[in-house]
Each structure stands twice: as structure tokens, then as C-alpha cells.
Design a protein around this ligand. Structure first.
Ligand code: FMN
Length: 238
């Protein structure tokens, strides 16, 4: 395989894209009400205790809110939320209430005192900030997970969370993708024949429609980028 060397950049793809909700200590004060910021620089960083990180520029309105309360909520993005997710990433809460603009609803979140969850999100993760690391362009908020809520319909009778039912969205190189086709499961490369027979997806001749895919979905469907939109111009500059 011939490879070309390109300049170092944030090329690690795909990444999760999440809607982070937050609020000030006094939500009645102007500019301190519930807000949502779209974040692509987010990740799981520890298992015990469960910890995550989000990286946010100092210039974001949400940066001030999170610094004030040391808490935030990470909301996973389903296909239904993807437009709102994009909107919350191109408009600032300093000037408008993005919950109202996108017809979303803030709800109290177990595990935190000030930051609300987004009612419409399939999964919400309450986080308490343990450390803030100034990295350069972004400040990284290292946080412990203190609560999780999951939409009831995503739990099966055994208590397993079936995220595949909600049509989760990932982000890669400036574009949003719907997750769909299962290729394997943890450890399938060394699993027994019996486990493979039970758990591997059945091979089909044509390409499978991802769960939650829109009507008229074609496996070759690819979003078209409008170069006038912020994402076209600032691709990767989050
Ligand atoms: C897909 C996408 C991913 C983004 N990821 C980040 C990020 O990781 N960190 C960040 O500071 N801003 C990120 N942004 C930009 C903020 O979401 C955007 O500036 C937003 O308007 C800030 O809102 P606020 O001022 O209400 O906090 C992203 C935007 C989009 C569309």
C-alpha cells in the first residue's frame, strides 16, 4: 500500500458527536439559562470510576457555564436529533435559547444539580468536572460520570441497552453518519463457532438498511456538503 504523508491534524475519525447540555447556577439570570453545545472532541477516558472528557474552546458560552457549576450532561445523538445537533453547533446560547429554537426540552438530570438533560435524547450522561486541562485551542474537562438515563423503549426485558434501535449518529471529517451495519461483536475474532452462529449478523446478498434509516434510504446515499455552510468552510476546526 502506497501512503502519502500529510500535515499533522485532527484526522482521528470517526468520533462521537454529542449534545452537551449545561446551565448556570441561577438560570433566571440572563444568559445563564439551559444551553446546548455540540461537541465532537469527546471521549471515554476511564472505566473505574467511569470518566469522560470533553474539549471546549474558552470562547464558547457553554465554557463559562460549565466552569461556573463544574457539571454538564452529555446527550447522545440519534437520527431524529441530528439537525438540532448541527444547529447547536453553529449558534451561540449567548444570544438565544437553543432549547426553544429546536423545540427541545430541558429536564432535571439525576447526578447533577444544575445541568439539565435533553428530554428528547435517547441517553443522557451526567458528569461532574474533576479537572480542567488547558491544552491550547481547547480546555479539556475531565469528568466523572455521576448518573445515566436511558429512554425506556431502548431497554430489553433482560435490562440490556439496545442502542442500535435508536439510530445513533457518528461524525467523520465534517459529516454526520448514521450507524447501522453490525460487522462483529467484542471478541468475535476468537469466538467459538457456536457463538458466531448465534451472534453474527446473517449475511445478505444486498446491502442492509441501517436501523432508523430514513424512508427511501439508499446504501450509496451520501450527504452533499454546501460550501456556504460553516462546516464546509471550517471543516475540522472545532
Ligand atoms: C459537529 C460539530 C462539532 C463541534 N465540536 C466542538 C468541540 O468539540 N468543541 C468546541 O469547543 N466546539 C465545538 N463545536 C462548535 C460549537 O458547538 C459552537 O461554537 C457552538 O455554537 C457553541 O455554542 P455556545 O456558544 O452556546 O456554547 C462543534 C460544532 C459542530 C457543528
Amino acid at each position: 500500500m502506497t501512503k502519502i504523508s500529510i500535515s499533522p491534524s485532527t484526522i482521528l475519525n470517526p468520533v462521537p458527536v454529542v449534545m452537551v447540555s449545561c446551565a448556570g447556577k441561577d438560570p433566571e439570570k440572563e444568559g445563564f439559562g439551559p444551553n446546548i453545545i455540540t461537541v465532537a472532541w469527546a471521549g471515554t477516558v476511564n472505566s473505574e470510576p467511569p470518566m469522560v472528557s470533553i474539549s471546549i474552546r474558552k470562547s464558547r458560552h457553554s465554557h463559562d457555564l460549565i466552569c461556573e457549576t463544574s457539571e454538564f450532561v452529555i446527550n447522545l445523538v440519534s437520527q431524529k436529533l441530528v439537525k438540532a445537533c448541527d444547529y447547536c453547533g453553529v449558534r451561540s446560547g449567548a444570544k438565544e435559547d437553543k432549547f426553544v429554537s429546536m423545540n427541545l426540552h430541558p429536564v432535571p438530570m439525576p447526578g447533577v444539580s444544575y445541568a439539565p438533560a435533553i428530554s428528547e435524547a435517547p441517553v443522557s450522561i451526567a458528569c461532574k468536572v474533576k479537572d480542567v486541562i488547558e491544552l491550547g485551542s481547547h480546555d479539556m474537562f475531565l469528568a466523572e460520570v455521576t448518573g445515566v438515563t436511558v429512554e425506556e423503549s431502548l431497554m430489553d426485558e433482560k435490562g440490556k441497552i439496545c442502542l442500535e434501535k435508536t439510530g445513533l449518529v457518528a461524525y467523520s471529517h465534517g459529516e454526520y453518519y448514521l450507524l447501522g451495519e453490525v460487522l462483529g461483536f467484542f471478541g468475535y475474532s476468537v469466538a467459538s463457532k457456536d457463538a458466531l452462529r448465534r451472534r453474527m449478523p446473517k449475511k445478505t446478498s444486498g446491502k442492509k438498511k441501517p436501523s432508523g434509516a430514513p424512508k427511501g434510504y439508499k446504501s450509496s446515499s451520501r450527504p452533499v456538503r454546501d460550501s456556504k455552510k460553516p462546516n464546509g468552510k471550517n471543516k475540522g476546526k472545532h
